[in-house]
Design a binder for this molecule. Structure first.
Ligand SMILES: Cc1cc2nc3c(=O)[nH]c(=O)nc-3n(C[C@H](O)[C@H](O)[C@H](O)COP(=O)(O)O)c2cc1C
Length: 169
């Protein structure tokens, strides 16, 4: 009964999804009192080219939700291979994770991580509840691309590209 979700064990689901290699992003935003919020996210993908849309899926327990809702904006920093420490820090709740983080401010007032491979500044255009996550759909208002090599996540651990891969933007 593969079509019946009741038969899908969550450990099996995690294991199957862990076969899907991804990059790593840190998604940042601000709440209405301008307090910085953010989380490490690999449930990030492009949705549309015209207009440019991306989505990020944020878990129900994330403390970052008020930022998406209250500011209506979010920033995406695509992490470089030397930013594993940042990824680990932003993957914890309840920490002053912005303290000591190398930030630059985007044109829309969003905090973005310096040293990332790409920055995107997005306006929230939809929020869809989806199981134990919320899908935030964002229109990309501005972006910037930098040279470097990506941080990868595969089978629950961090990886880097082999040396011969091209690192140009
Ligand atoms: C590599 C990696 C990818 C992650 N991807 C996501 C994701 O796409 N969505 C999500 O909600 N949490 C994701 N997490 C977990 C969050 O980063 C973690 O729950 C974090 O504590 C949330 O912080 P917050 O409560 O301050 O928002 C990921 C963690 C790691 C290590």
């Amino acid at each position: 009964m593969t079509g019946d979700h009741m038969s899908v064990d969550s450990d099996d689901f995690r294991k199957a999804m862990a076969q899907f290699a991804t990059g790593v992003t840190v998604v940042t935003t601000r709440d209405s009192s301008r307090h910085l919020l953010g989380l490490t996210a690999n449930a990030f993908c492009s949705v549309s080219l015209t207009p440019p849309l991306v989505l990020v899926c944020v878990g129900a327990h994330s403390e970052t939700h008020p930022g998406f809702v209250q500011s209506g904006y979010f920033g995406v920093s695509v992490l470089a291979e030397n930013q594993e420490v940042i990824s680990r820090s932003f993957a914890q709740s309840g920490l002053e994770k912005f303290e000591g983080a190398p930030l630059v401010e985007g044109r829309h007032g969003l905090p973005l991580l310096e040293g990332a491979l790409a920055h995107m500044e997005c306006r929230v255009v939809a929020a869809h509840p989806a199981g134990d996550h919320t899908i935030y759909l964002g229109e990309v208002l501005r972006m910037e691309v930098f040279a470097g090599r990506p941080l990868l996540y595969y089978r629950s651990s961090y990886h880097r590209l082999e040396a011969e891969e091209d690192a140009q933007p």
